[in-house]
Structure formats: structure tokens, C-alpha cells
Design a protein around this ligand. Structure first.
Ligand code: ATP
Ligand code: MG
Length: 571
């Protein structure tokens, strides 16, 4: 990981992004083929956006900004059976939150239904499209394979008049779902299966969020996409590699229709991340099946989930810039993403103390009823962030993990007889561990050295550990949610069986954590650093009685640790 991070850091640099798509755009501008780049981000509103979409968003909006043009937000709302207003609203919110602005260019493929329909009739009149009555199975049986040509449909020879009549009646709603389709008449023996008479329109008697019950037929993605680009004057239609084989069809429509401009399609590699599935189908299943609390569950790789988790938009943009844009598919280490998140948060997050699994300690030589205020630094690299007061007293909490009754060799934290520094406070020595009937340590009896106030001994003696702590009375009980990767495999299956790869301990809830009182009014989505623990943010599930903090990210690379563990396990 360390070398990857260094390489990535060097690559990100300060300068503008460079990649093969930007090179193409620049060449088009330099050659005078276009004056400015016009791009679009075309989500289907059938789910929430995920971090893979962020790559496409940063690329499309980035190019438009750098090359003097606009980036349109266009909803590809051609399948009302799967789409909903909730998704449209969420997508707009997420693109804006990522820091991008489509200005007046908010579009919907459904705005173009009438023009698309007109072009379909044009194709019929030109003898380049026909109505096919075959069932889906019959069509599939005749489609052929990668090595075998397909066979013509028995309906391929229909006259223009018959095709027009049937197509108009399809539009009018005379036929049940799936009874017929409109297909382009291209070439059933083409080496590219996408050119074997692709479907242009399907019958679907379903209301549409925007066009209501006006339509009984809906265009296919292929028929809608390029023509929508042409209507909007898109210069570079940038999409992911799986559409590469669709490009000849995209070009066929542009060449065979009387469209107002001639856009070109370019493909780049989609983002894949380890321990993550970036497929809307799987993410939808996770939500519907109750495997997560919703689209914005902080474990989800959705933009809404990352935002709720406390990941800053700047960290997502930085990550996308670091990974770059290439033509070959690859799998990006989730540690790279964490690196960008830590980089952003380390600079901005205020430091606080929280004890996640508290162990009570009593300072026997500290007077009962007394307390004093100590100064704690808000940000070690930013004096302007100032200091705050923390109350020290006779009864404190430390982290259970910071004590061991029988310490192994390199354990320098608290153990009987050992002295440590409590951050911003004093040196403290453990005198005795008090146990309950089950033999568990429930309390430590300690002493402190009043001469070490502020954390240094006048006699110059050293301690090997500095620990965080909180006062027992003047701290607040909180729920803390620790998130671990949602999947327990670096390359989880995105197939039917994806639940088999779900990590059963992706969420760990601590009910008795203690936090500084100042954290009660922390803003949600703005993480603070719990010293020695990681970055945490107040969740909106908080109530005045029960604050809830969620772990945005730990201090160290979660995934590097996993690799180390795997190695010791001999994997
Ligand atoms: P599905 O997951 O069902 O295949 P999708 O993620 O492709 O759907 P769209 O709404 O069609 O969903 O995506 C909008 C745009 O985002 C498309 O141009 C698509 O190429 C791009 N995109 C989707 N996933 C990724 C990804 N992982 N990396 C980069 N771009 C992506
Ligand atoms: Mg898609």
C-alpha cells in the first residue's frame, strides 16, 4: 500500500488532470472542429449515485469546465417501470453536493419522446425499421451467437404502410405489453450483435413520472441516447467501456437520421473498488433486502452514504483525480480512497477526546470533590484553531484496551506499577486492578504526580505512552457506530449470490462510549478526530438524550492491515 500511496500522491499533484479523453477534446479544439466542449452526465433515475458515478461526473463536468463549455445533467428516463422521482431528487442533490453545477442544462430524455418518435417513423418510411411480432424467446433464438450469424425475422419484410400502421397503434396503446417491438433493419449477420436489428421501441403500458399516461411505448437506451446527445449539441459523449460495442449503432443512428448535430462517443474504464460492489442492481438489492439501513447507510458506496458518513466531497474529487482515466478496466485498492479521505480530514478535523470502551480509574491521591480545567489543543498544525478546557478530577475513564494486567514485552500503556501520561494532564501510575466476581477488571486504583501538570516531569523522567481519557462526571455517554467494509472479499461477486460475500460484522455498535460535552453540538457530516481512534462524525440519528457518533474512517489503512493479517494466516 505504502508505495501505491506514494505513487498516487505524486500523480495527483497540483496541475490540471491529463488523460486520453482530455487529449482528444484538446485536439478537437486546437484543430478548430469545436469551439468548446459540451458534455453530459446521463444517469438513469433507478437508484442512487455511487462512487463509480462520481468518476463519470468529475470527468464530464471537469472537461466542460476546462474547455469552456457546459456539462448537462440529463436523466435517461426511458424505463418508467424502474424509475422514480425520489431518485431524480437524490441524483440532483448528490451532483450538487459533489460540487458541480449544470446551470440551465437540466434535461430529460423524456423531453425528447416526441422527436424520437418522429425519427422512428422516418426510419420506417426509409425502409430501415419494422414492427416485429415475435416473442422475446423467438427473437433470442434467431439472434445468433458471437460465432454464428442471426436469422431474419419472419416479419422483416413488412411493407412501410403496415409498419407505420402497427407502430402508430402501438403508440396508441392498442396492444398489451410485449406484444410487438419496433426494430431497426440493419444486418442480422453483422459480427456486432448490437447491429442485428436492435430494438428501438417496446410496448409498456405504465405511467411515467414526467409524461404520465401519454405514452404506451418507450424507446430503448440505444435509440434515445445518441439522438438526445445530438439534440443537446453534445460534442463528446463520454461513457464507460461496456458501451464500446454499441458505438457502431450510435453512429448508425446519427448517420441515418436527420439530427441537428453529430456527436461522437468515447469510452473509458469504469471504476471498480476492492471490497465494494458498484452496481445499482446489487445496491438496490441491499436496500430492498434490508441488508443495510437504506441508500444512505454509511456503509454504502453511494454518494449519499459517503456524505452521511462524513466523507468530504473534496476527498472524493481528490480520489477521482488520483486514479485518473484510462481505457483498460482495473480494480482500485479501497485503501487509495481511504488515503484521500484521511488526507482531507487530517487537515481540517478538530481534535477531541472520546473513550470508546471505558474503564473507570480512580486517582487516589487527588482530593474528593476537587476538579480543575486543563487546556487541550484543537488542532496540532493549526494554532488558530485554539484550545478548549477539559476537566480533570478524581474519577476518570480510559480505554479498556490501554490497560493490561499482565503486559507483554512491548506494551507501554497502563499496567500495575507502570507510569503513563494522560494527554494534556498529568503522569499517572497504576497501583491496583479491581475485579468483579467474574474476575474481570472493572476499575483501576491509580495515583498522579501533581508536579507533572501539562505532561512533563520537572525531574526529566520519561514515560513511554500518552493516553487519551475523559473525566467521569464531566463527560457524556454516547453511542458509537464502527463501520467495517460491507463485503469481506476484495473482489466480491456482483452476481446473484452477492449476499454470500457480505461481511457479517460490517457494523459494530458501542453503547457506552464517553465523549467530551463540547461534541454535543458538533455539526453532522463534519468529522472530528477522536485522538488515537480515527475520524468520527455526529450522525443525524442523535437525540438530546443519546448522541450518536459514526466512524468516518480509522487513522490507519484498514486494508493494509487486512493484508498483513491474511499473510500471517498463511493465505
Ligand atoms: P448499472 O449499475 O445498472 O449498470 P449504471 O451504473 O450504468 O447502471 P447509469 O445511471 O446508466 O447507471 O450511469 C450513468 C453514467 O455513469 C453512465 O454514463 C455510466 O457509464 C457511468 N457510470 C456508471 N457506473 C460507473 C463506474 N463504476 N465508473 C465510472 N462511470 C460509471
Ligand atoms: Mg447504465
Amino acid at each position: 500500500m505504502a508505495t501505491d500511496e506514494k505513487a498516487a500522491g505524486a500523480a495527483a499533484g497540483e496541475g490540471p488532470a491529463r488523460d486520453f479523453i482530455r487529449d482528444i477534446v484538446k485536439a478537437d479544439i486546437d484543430a478548430g472542429r469545436i469551439k468548446a466542449a459540451v458534455t453530459r452526465f446521463p444517469p438513469e433515475p433507478n437508484g442512487y449515485l455511487h462512487i463509480g458515478h462520481a468518476k463519470s461526473i468529475c470527468l464530464n463536468f471537469g472537461i466542460a469546465e476546462e474547455f469552456g463549455g457546459d456539462c448537462h445533467l440529463r436523466f435517461d428516463d426511458t424505463n418508467p417501470a424502474r424509475e422514480a422521482q425520489e431518485y431524480i431528487d437524490a441524483i440532483e442533490r448528490d451532483v450538487r453536493w459533489l460540487g458541480f453545477d449544470w446551470g440551465r442544462n437540466l434535461h430529460y430524455a423524456s423531453d425528447y419522446f416526441e422527436r424520437l418518435y418522429g425519427w422512428a417513423e422516418d426510419l420506417i418510411r426509409a425502409g430501415k425499421a419494422y414492427v416485429d411480432d415475435q416473442t422475446q424467446d423467438e427473437m433470442r433464438a434467431r439472434r445468433g451467437t458471437l460465432t454464428e450469424a442471426g436469422q431474419d425475422s419472419p416479419f422483416r419484410g413488412r411493407s412501410v404502410d403496415e409498419n407505420l400502421d402497427l407502430f402508430r397503434r402501438m403508440r396508441a396503446g392498442e396492444f398489451p405489453n410485449g406484444a410487438r417491438v419496433l426494430r431497426a433493419k440493419i444486418d442480422m449477420s453483422s459480427g456486432n450483435i448490437n447491429l442485428r436489428d436492435p430494438v428501438l421501441y417496446r410496448i409498456l403500458n405504465a405511467p411515467h413520472p414526467r409524461t404520465g399516461t401519454a405514452w404506451h411505448i418507450y424507446p430503448s437506451y440505444d435509440f434515445a441516447h445518441g439522438q438526445s446527445d445530438a439534440i443537446e449539441g453534445i460534442t463528446h459523449s463520454v461513457c464507460t467501456l461496456e458501451f464500446e460495442d454499441h458505438r457502431p449503432l450510435y453512429d448508425w443512428f446519427i448517420a441515418n437520421l436527420n439530427v441537428p448535430s453529430k456527436p461522437h462517443q468515447y469510452e473509458f474504464a469504469r471504476l471498480n473498488l476492492t471490497y465494494t460492489v458498484l452496481s445499482k442492481r446489487v445496491l438496490t438489492e441491499l436496500v430492498r433486502g434490508g441488508h443495510v439501513g437504506g441508500w444512505d447507510d454509511p456503509r454504502m458506496p453511494t454518494i449519499a452514504g459517503l456524505r452521511r458518513r462524513g466523507v468530504p466531497a473534496a476527498a472524493i474529487r481528490d480520489f477521482i483525480k488520483r486514479i485518473g482515466v484510462a481505457k483498460a478496466n482495473s480494480l482500485v485498492d479501497a485503501g487509495m480512497f481511504e488515503f484521500s479521505v484521511r488526507e482531507a480530514l487530517n487537515k481540517t478535523a478538530l481534535r477531541r477526546m472520546a473513550v470508546l470502551k471505558p474503564l473507570r480509574i480512580v486517582i487516589e491521591n487527588y482530593p474528593e470533590g476537587k476538579s480543575e480545567e486543563l487546556d487541550a489543543v484543537n488542532h496540532p498544525d493549526d494554532p488558530a484553531a485554539g484550545t478548549r478546557k477539559i476537566k480533570f478530577g478524581r474519577e476518570l475513564y480510559i480505554e479498556q484496551d490501554d490497560f493490561m494486567e499482565v503486559p507483554p514485552k512491548k506494551f507501554f500503556r497502563l499496567s500495575p506499577g507502570n507510569e503513563v501520561r494522560l494527554r494534556y494532564a498529568y503522569f499517572v501510575t497504576c497501583r491496583e486492578a479491581v475485579k468483579n466476581a467474574k474476575g474481570e477488571v472493572v476499575e483501576l486504583r491509580c495515583t498522579y504526580d501533581p508536579a507533572t501538570k501539562g505532561g512533563n516531569a520537572p525531574d526529566g523522567r520519561k514515560v513511554k505512552a500518552t493516553m487519551h481519557w475523559l473525566p467521569a462526571v464531566d463527560s457524556v455517554k454516547a453511542e458509537v457506530r464502527l463501520y467495517n467494509p460491507l463485503f469481506n472479499k476484495p473482489d466480491p461477486s456482483g452476481g446473484e449470490n452477492f449476499t454470500a460475500d457480505l461481511n457479517p460484522s460490517s457494523l459494530e455498535i458501542l453503547h457506552d462510549a464517553r465523549i467530551e460535552p463540547a461534541l454535543l453540538d458538533a455539526a453532522p457530516e463534519v468529522p472530528v478526530q477522536f485522538e488515537r481512534q480515527g475520524y468520527f462524525s455526529r450522525d443525524r440519528d442523535s437525540t438530546p438524550e443519546k448522541p450518536v457518533f459514526i466512524r468516518t474512517i480509522g487513522l490507519r489503512d484498514t486494508f493494509a492491515k487486512d493484508v498483513a493479517k491474511d499473510k500471517t494466516a498463511g493465505k
